[in-house]
Design a protein around this ligand. Structure first.
Ligand code: PMP
Length: 430
């Protein structure tokens, strides 16, 4: 069961007016060889397409919707804020409240600046790191994705990896030269870059848990090792917690492992499903941002009351930590179920999971870095995706993305998913 007739009609229209028919590439379903569903509405753990079909959703808008779709408290907060005006172009109380909540949740963040997307957050953090250190180069990791600013579209994960684009055309050579690429989970590759460029690297930016090559967990000493190397060479360490911030714990993955970066990028959950990003960190660095300092960064809609209201309502629900316990429990049930099915069948599928984030990999190798993620059979993933979709479950339409469980998912939903999984691995021919 692929896209229904109403989705197909909209798809033909969309392709006339929008490049590739979509406003973000992976949504086009190309990697899984299907036509995309057009979504009419969503509620809790479910989305409904324009043909009236219902799906159990593991995309969750790519991470922001940790409380599920159209959470009543979030919707109420947005509606109340909208009635008071959608944007003032002047400071408002809600942005102070959300900034305070973020600083309290992340001890490494003394001050934080709101922007409108994860891309803006990482782009601005890099500019700030370059200004602070007076250096030009940055180190990123192959397969990590930090949004679509020029400096990051080099050996990136997510949609670029899905589409096989190593460096996006349109990124000037001069930009590309300032982006050095290391191997995730391989500290020696980072050491090597610093040895070759000891006084030129402004910052290392990393997804502390890689979520854009599928889910790849950091090896035990990897992040503390990055902390040590950056300190030794006078470079900044930037954690891109756009996915993991408020997802794996209220204080992000840095709280879980106890490594303090100099700057942190956030997005997704802090906007409760509205367009938001943020970057923050040590006071002496953040004080360089205009108007306090000379590093320019601004935004017409930054800190707008709607997005702030959705973010505050979301964080208020997460604050006491109980939702993380529930999410981890659901994740654990899913993981154990998958493992026992695989043990019975002897099928060659791997599952990487952290709390409510997980990825299936269709490979015999344990996936612990970028090269092993690439061993996954993407054609098999496409067949698996198609079978799950036909059974009423939406997964990310690419191997190299992460599935998300929300607080609106239930034990019954997980049981339903496990039943579908059994059939999907048979149908896909795993
Ligand atoms: N960083 C990470 C780790 C991401 O996963 C993403 C997007 N998925 C971004 C940055 C960019 O965020 P946005 O799409 O909001 O620009």
């Amino acid at each position: 069961m692929a896209a229904g007739p109403n989705s197909l009609l909209l798809w033909e229209e969309a392709k006339k007016y929008i490049p590739g028919g979509v406003n973000s590439p992976v949504r086009a379903f190309r990697a899984v060889g299907q036509d995309p569903l057009f979504i009419a509405r969503a509620n809790g753990a479910r989305v409904y397409d324009v043909d009236g079909r219902e799906y159990l959703d593991y995309v969750c808008s790519w991470g922001p919707l940790i409380l599920g779709h159209a959470n009543p408290e979030v919707v109420k907060a947005i509606a109340a804020a909208a009635a008071d005006g959608t944007s003032y172009g002047a400071p408002c109380e809600k942005e102070v409240k959300l900034a305070g909540m973020i600083c309290q949740a992340f001890p490494s963040i003394d001050k934080v600046r709101m922007v409108n997307s994860g891309t803006e957050a990482t782009m601005s953090a890099i500019r700030l790191a370059r200004a602070y250190t007076g250096r030009s180069k940055i180190v990123k990791f192959e397969g990590c994705y930090h949004g679509h600013a020029d400096s990051f579209l080099i050996k990136a994960g997510s949609g670029l990896l899905t589409a096989g684009i190593p460096i996006s055309p349109g990124v000037p050579e001069d930009f590309a030269q300032n982006t050095l690429v290391a191997e995730y989970n391989h500290l020696d590759s980072v050491e090597e870059l610093f040895d070759q460029n000891p006084f030129e690297i402004a910052a290392v930016i990393v997804e502390p848990v890689a979520g854009n090559m599928g889910l790849v967990l950091p090896q035990p000493q990897f992040l503390s090792g990055l902390r040590e190397i950056t300190q030794r060479f006078g470079a900044l360490l930037i954690f891109d917690e756009v996915i993991t911030g408020f997802r794996v714990a209220y204080g992000g993955f840095q709280d879980v492992i106890g490594v303090r970066p100099d700057l942190t990028c956030l997005g997704k959950i802090i906007g409760g499903g509205l367009p938001v990003g943020a970057y923050g960190g040590r006071e002496d660095i953040m004080n360089l941002v205009a108007p306090e300092g000379p590093v320019y960064q601004a935004g017409t809609l930054s800190g707008n009351p709607l997005a702030m209201a959705a973010g505050i309502a979301t964080l208020e629900r997460l604050q006491d930590g109980s939702i993380y316990k529930k999410l981890d429990e659901l994740g654990r049930v899913l993981e154990e179920g998958v493992r026992s099915i695989l043990a019975d069948k002897g099928a060659k599928v791997g599952l990487n999971r952290l709390g409510s984030m997980f990825s299936w990999f269709f490979t015999e190798e344990e996936v612990r870095d970028y090269p092993s993620a690439l061993t996954s059979d993407t054609a098999l993933y496409a067949r698996f995706f198609a079978s799950m979709l036909s059974q009423g479950i939406t997964l990310p339409p690419s191997q190299f993305e992460v599935c998300f469980i929300s607080a609106a998912h239930t034990r019954q939903d997980i049981a339903f998913t496990l039943d579908a999984f059994v059939r999907a691995i048979d149908e896909a021919g795993v």
